[in-house]
Each structure stands twice: as structure tokens, then as C-alpha cells.
Design a binder for this molecule. Sequence first.
Ligand SMILES: Nc1nc2c(ncn2[C@@H]2O[C@H](COP(=O)(O)OP(=O)(O)OP(=O)(O)O)[C@@H](O)[C@H]2O)c(=O)[nH]1
Ligand SMILES: [Mg+2]
Length: 417
Amino acid sequence: MREALLQVKEELGPEALILRTQKIKGSLLGGSERWEVTAGLEDRFFEKPGAAKETAPAYGPGTRRISVVPESVEPAPARTAPVATEPRRDTTSISRDELRALQDGIESVRRAAEAPTQAIAAVRQDLGQIRSVVSLLAEHWKDQPGGLPVPPEVLPWYQQLLKSDLAEDLARETCQEAAATLRETGRDDAAWIRMVVLRSLAGRMPCAPLRFAKGRGAASKVLFAGPTGVGKTTTLMKLAIRLSRQDGLSVGVVGCDSYRIGAQEQIKTFCDVAGLPLRIVFTDSDLDTAIQELSNLDVVLVDTAGRSPANQVHFLELSTLVERIKPTDLVLVQSATTRLRDLSSSTRAYRDLGPSRLVFTKIDETDTHGAMCTLAARERIPVTALCFGQEIPEAMSEASPDELARMLLGDEDGQPA
Ligand SMILES: Nc1nc2c(ncn2[C@@H]2O[C@H](COP(=O)(O)OP(=O)(O)OP(=O)(O)O)[C@@H](O)[C@H]2O)c(=O)[nH]1
Ligand SMILES: [Mg+2]
């Protein structure tokens, strides 16, 4: 019986329906006992799209009658007799084992037939849930003054930007501008929508490299400032190596951090290894001398102690230092792991010192980069470099608007998560 059912599945597939099973006894002339299973497929499996429905019985075209002789009861000599003779059928007697085998077989065929149906049911259920979430969202936005914040075609990107912690007003303006461009171009395929959103976002990200002239005779002075422990000294070291090794500039370092234990060791070890001239300063006159001595180099990088903007005495010291050095560029270093509120308040405090560039560090330590992008866009201080690790100088790249935008939107061919 099992063999017959397996043959049914093999010939007609898992959709096969068992119409009838019958045990056929062997005849006196030598025919062996066997099972006959009549199975069929619904007409839909045979219809061509658009073909007129026939009046044939529902299981007509695919119906098969399959007879199987059970191995255990096959008598060897019976083979000699012609099998063309119609066997005598007895549909009344069936053993308990045979009945169980029959039920098992029917059950396995039923399960096989139901498997795709269950998968479709699961997808339907998921779709139903998604639909109800979307309608809940739409309901929520409907009650907001003005309805949806952005047109529906860019709504998923708007949500993606919010998820990456970009400020709501920036996300909304970005997507509204993108939607206006989409309307103008008349294209609405997914890749194009992403491109237009990326352009709109990149346009809000101010970036500018730091470039220095060679052999000018007067050193450009670049001062690094920022909150404690954000990676000022590490960034300075990365830049020092880049400028000296890659750009071929003569670079000197001034260490002004006499505050933190180990700060001088840190920068001294680095300069020894990198072969760069270093001056450690403690007093104003030390500072004047150091700057004077290194003034014939192309670039002098000045490391300062981390200062909390909340500590007014420390901050005053830093202001005095900046006044004295009059740096060509003041690089404000901020960590990408800091939340927007703190980034904004500390940047506001450093504003008075006139930062000309921003560097974001520790990008490797967070997946959400919206806060730092919001800061750059709002403060309009050009971002010059992005640092994403402790390795010197590898873990640093020049910042570009496209790169910042991609950090929020995800991969090239990706869609909103
Ligand atoms: N993961 C990661 N760690 C970094 C990055 N930049 C710096 N660090 C690490 O952060 C720690 C502090 O770095 P420093 O360069 O000493 O920071 P700082 O701002 O000079 O610190 P203070 O001078 O004490 O204010 C060190 O362990 C660095 O290796 C970065 O981009 N990613
Ligand atoms: Mg430091």
C-alpha cells in the first residue's frame, strides 16, 4: 500500500488527491493479490491560462489508477499466468495492519499536499500583520497636524534617517527636497529614490579637507581641541603620519598637555618612533620658543589637554593658549558615540575659540551616526576627517558628504531597513 501511495506522489506530485483505494485478490489462474489506488489532480493543474473550462469530471485529466503488488505476498510461480484476465475484487476484507498502512499513507499524502498551503497561509498572516501596522501608522500620522511628514514615496527613507538618530527636522527637509526632485524627474524606481535622497542628504553635510603648502617658509599651525578622551592625541598622530609620509611635508609636534598623567609619555613615544620633532611646553614662554623653533617646518600640530566645557577655569586656560598660538586651523575633535544633546552643548562652548574643522572619532563604536551628522549640518563646521579605530594612521579617512550620507542610508544597493 505504501508503495502505491509513494508511486502516486511520484507520478502526480504532492497535490495528488486519493480518490479510491481497493484491495484486489489474486485469481485462481495465478494473479497475485495487489492494491489499487485511484488518485487524481484537480483540473486547475491542467488548465492553460485563459482556456475555456471543460465539462469533464473534476479529476478527469490527471486521474491515474496505480496497482502495486505487495512484495510479501507475491507468489513466484503466478508470473506464468497471463495477467490480462480481470481479477476478482474483494473490497470487503482488509486487515488491521493494512488499514493502518492505508491511513498512514493517506496522512502522509495529505501532509505533503498541505505543506505549500501552510506556507502561503503564513505569508498571508505576515502580510495581514504588516497591513495593520501600516494602517496604524497612517492613522497616527493622520492625526498629526499636516498629516504625513513627507510624501509616501520617501517615507521609508525618512524613517531610516530617524532610526539613525538624525534630527527630525533635517530628516524631513532632506526627504521633502528629495520628493520634489522625484516629482520633477518623473522616475520612481527604488534605486533612483535612494540616489535622490542621498544627494539631498549629502548636500547638507559640510566637509572640507585640510591642505598645506610645502616649503612656504612659515609653518601652518593646527591646534587640536575637544572634550576629554575623545581621541585628540590619536587623531593628531594619525594626521602627522599622513602629512609626513604620504604628502611629504615636514611636520613638528607641540605637546601642551601637562595636565594628564602619561600624556607627555604618549606623545613622546609616538614622535620618537615616527621620527618627528617634538616640543613639550609647560609655560607661555616655553610655548613661544617651541613655535619659534618649529616655524620653518611645513606644519606644526599642537596637542592640548582635554577640557570639559563646564570647567570655566580650564576653558579659560585653553582660550589663552589659542590666543597665543593663533592657529591657522583649530580642529574640534568629537566622538561619534556622544549623544546629540551633549555634542551640541560642548560644540557651542568651543564655538568661541573659532573651530575651523570638525573630526569625528570612534565611528567604529556605534551603528547610529545621525547625531554627528546633525551636528555638522547644524553647526556648519566642515568635517575634515572620520576616525574609525585605534590604528595609526590607517583608521582615519578624509570626510566627504557622500560618505556621511551613506553612513546613514546604508549600502549602495540597500533599501531602508
Ligand atoms: N575605537 C576607537 N578608539 C579610539 C579612536 N580614536 C582614539 N581612540 C582611543 O581612545 C582613547 C583616548 O584617545 P586619546 O587620543 O588619548 O584621547 P584624547 O582626546 O587625547 O584624551 P585626553 O587628552 O585625555 O583628553 C585611546 O584608547 C585611543 O586609542 C577611534 O577612532 N576609535
Ligand atoms: Mg590627549
